[in-house]
Design a protein around this ligand. Sequence first.
Ligand SMILES: Cc1cc2nc3c(=O)[nH]c(=O)nc-3n(C[C@H](O)[C@H](O)[C@H](O)COP(=O)(O)OP(=O)(O)OC[C@H]3O[C@@H](n4cnc5c(N)ncnc54)[C@H](O)[C@@H]3O)c2cc1C
Ligand SMILES: NC(=O)c1ccc[n+]([C@@H]2O[C@H](COP(=O)([O-])OP(=O)(O)OC[C@H]3O[C@@H](n4cnc5c(N)ncnc54)[C@H](O)[C@@H]3O)[C@@H](O)[C@H]2O)c1
Length: 189
Amino acid sequence: MDVTTTSPKADAGHPGPSPQEMRRAMGTFASGVTIVTGLDDGEPVGFACQSFASVSLEPPLVLFCADHRGRTWPRIRESGRFTVSVLAERQDEVCARFGSGTGRKFDGLTWHESPWGTPVIDGVLLRVHCAVHQVHVAGDHDVVIGRVLAIDVPDDDDRPMIFFRGRFGIGTDEPVPAPQLWGWGDHWG
Ligand SMILES: Cc1cc2nc3c(=O)[nH]c(=O)nc-3n(C[C@H](O)[C@H](O)[C@H](O)COP(=O)(O)OP(=O)(O)OC[C@H]3O[C@@H](n4cnc5c(N)ncnc54)[C@H](O)[C@@H]3O)c2cc1C
Ligand SMILES: NC(=O)c1ccc[n+]([C@@H]2O[C@H](COP(=O)([O-])OP(=O)(O)OC[C@H]3O[C@@H](n4cnc5c(N)ncnc54)[C@H](O)[C@@H]3O)[C@@H](O)[C@H]2O)c1
C-alpha cells in the first residue's frame, strides 16, 4: 500500500489549533450532507457524514471519514459494502436522526434493500453504491476509500442540503450557479 507521510521535522514543535478552533474554522467550509448506510446481519445501520468526496474516475473511487468513536462504521466495514446518499435541502429530519447517537436511526423510516445489499432511503439526490476498498487510519478518524459499484440518481431536480458553520443553508434564497460564478462553463465535460 502506498502511504505518503510528511517528515517528522515538518510538524515538530507545532501543536496546532485546539479541537474547538478546528471545529469553528472547518465549519466555514460549506459542504453537502450524506447518509452512509450498510446492512449488518440484516440490520440497517447508518450515520450522517459530511466528509464525502470524489477521489478517482478510473477506477471510480470516493471517500468519507469516520470517527473512531462511532458504533456504525465498524459494522459497515464488516459488511464490506455501503451506500452514500446525498441529502436534499428539506431532509433535516433525516440528517438529525442519523447524526445523533441516541435512538434507532431506521425506526419508522421507509427503506429498501438495494441490489448491492445496502439499505437505501427515499427522497435523496444521489446514491453511490460502494465496496470498501481501502481504510487509512488518520488521527481519530478512518479515511475510507470506496470502490464505486453503481450510481443511482433518483431526483436531480431538488436542491441540496448545505451544512455551513454548524447550520443548514447559507442564508440566501437562491444558490449562485457555480459555472456562472467561476466561468468554468463545461470545464468537466
Ligand atoms: C451534518 C453532520 C455531518 C457529520 N459528518 C460526520 C463525518 O463526516 N464523519 C463522522 O464520523 N461523523 C459525522 N457526523 C457525526 C455522526 O453522524 C454522528 O456522530 C452519528 O451519531 C454517528 O453514528 P454512530 O451510530 O456511528 O455513532 P454512535 O455509536 O451513536 O456514537 C455517537 C457518539 O456517541 C458516543 N457513544 C458511543 N458508544 C456509546 C454508547 N454505548 N452509549 C452512548 N453513547 C455512545 C460516541 O462516543 C460518539 O461520540 C456528522 C453529523 C452531522 C449532523
Ligand atoms: N468529521 C466528523 O466527524 C464530523 C463532521 C461534522 C460534524 N460532526 C459531528 O456532528 C455533530 C454536529 O456538528 P455541529 O453542528 O455541532 O458542527 P460543529 O461545529 O461541531 O462542526 C463544524 C465543523 O468541524 C468539523 N468537525 C466537527 N466535528 C468533527 C470531528 N469529530 N472530527 C473532524 N471534524 C469535525 C467539521 O468540518 C464540521 O463541519 C457534532 O457532534 C460534530 O462533532 C462530525
